[in-house]
Design a protein around this ligand. Structure first.
Ligand SMILES: *Cc1c(COP(=O)(O)O)cnc(C)c1O
Length: 355
């Protein structure tokens, strides 16, 4: 028998979460963000579950081609556009939309010969200072694209640095509207946080990522507040039980010592499966559907859980690390990170079950 660790991906939950995004932004088209292997859920699996989206956003040309090969015919946006001239024929042939965020890309497009027009999302940097044209360079970039006969549709976009904080998108929204508001072109601004809390950002295209997977983009607000359903459940089983006496330690570094007699369950899940090594003693976990906590350090293939209050639990008891019944965001917060990182970091060695 194989190790009992599994990840269950709930396709109906993905479809449900897409509907929540649509309900929140009823006048917008939805560009479902499935970069990073669909935040760890599997690119084509997620694409199938989210096939009613108006488009998909990915990073890699390879991912975009795989989507076309599996007969997804709507818009596919490459979020970083292209990096080199020789990608352009493949982009045109596969009718991909490219984000244009840098002058070099405009120069490459100006000297290209392509059999069909390429649609673009022109990105303006309204304060994130990562990708995009500064407002002072934006008008010239737009004019260059409009003058290029190879360019098809133009959509204007920006990305928010702080849409997860109350009022955190306002300054960037104001800046965006100042430069893009009355140009008569379609616009795209909102990520999950802005979809959920800043309707003024919705415009023609919204770009939900994390919410589609049923996790919250906000530190202080749970996914359930928005009726989102977690799509990924990481589970395993207890494979051994230890009986600790007072002051016995468990795990590497002996950084947890029991304050009395205590049963400890050893779970087949570790950081090589994508569980965060920095999750401290006290990180929540479900055993037999009941909440308990981790004890000591997470090791590569195992972690330890407290069975003091679970006398019935033993070898073979089911364990949920995150997902149904335990929000990934709660685990992430304990480990000093975000649900985003845990979902994306799920290891390829974990067998997937689709439901
Ligand atoms: C990843 C990404 C998104 C989705 O962000 P979430 O916070 O996961 O909703 C939207 N737009 C861009 C440009 C992105 O890179």
């Amino acid at each position: 028998m194989n190790r009992p660790i599994r990840v269950r991906i709930d396709l109906a939950a993905l479809a449900h979460n897409l509907l929540i995004a649509r309900r929140r932004a009823p006048r917008s088209q939805v560009l479902a963000v499935i970069k990073a292997n669909a935040y760890g859920h599997g690119l084509l699996r997620a694409a199938r579950a989210l096939q009613d989206a108006d488009g998909f956003a990915v990073l890699d040309l390879d991912a975009a081609i795989r989507l076309r090969e599996s007969r997804f015919r709507r818009r596919i946006v490459l979020l970083q556009g292209f990096y080199a001239y020789d990608e352009l024929p493949v982009i045109a042939e596969n009718r991909l939309t490219v984000v244009i965020h840098h002058q070099e890309q405009i120069a490459m497009l100006a000297s290209a010969w392509l059999p069909v027009k390429v649609d673009v999302f022109l990105k303006i940097n309204t304060g994130m200072n990562r990708l995009g044209f500064k407002p002072s360079a934006f008008s010239a970039a737009l004019r260059a694209l409009q003058a290029n006969r190879l360019i098809g549709d133009i959509t204007l976009m920006t990305h928010f640095a702080g849409a997860d904080e109350a009022g955190g998108a306002v300054a960037q929204l104001t800046e965006f509207n100042k430069w893009c508001g009355d140009l008569g072109l379609p616009c795209s601004m909102a990520n999950s946080a802005a979809i959920l809390n800043t309707p003024a950002t919705h415009a023609e295209w919204v770009r939900p990522g994390i919410m589609l997977y049923g996790a919250s983009p906000f530190q202080e607000r749970a996914h359930s507040e928005f009726d989102l359903i977690p799509a990924m459940t990481l589970s395993s089983e207890i494979i051994a039980v230890q009986q600790l006496d007072h002051s016995d330690a468990v795990g590497y570094g002996a950084n947890y010592r029991s304050d009395g007699a205590r049963r400890v369950g050893i779970v087949a899940c570790g950081y090589a499966d994508g569980y965060p090594r920095l999750a401290p003693t006290g990180t929540p976990v479900l055993v037999d559907g009941q909440r308990t906590q981790t004890l000591g350090r997470v090791s590569m293939d195992m972690l330890c859980v407290d069975l003091l209050a679970l006398p019935q639990a033993g070898v073979g008891s089911p364990v949920v690390l995150w997902g149904e019944g335990l929000a990934v965001d709660e685990v992430a917060q304990k480990a000093g990170t975000l649900g985003y990182e845990l979902l994306c970091a799920l290891a390829p060695r974990v067998p997937v079950i689709e439901v």
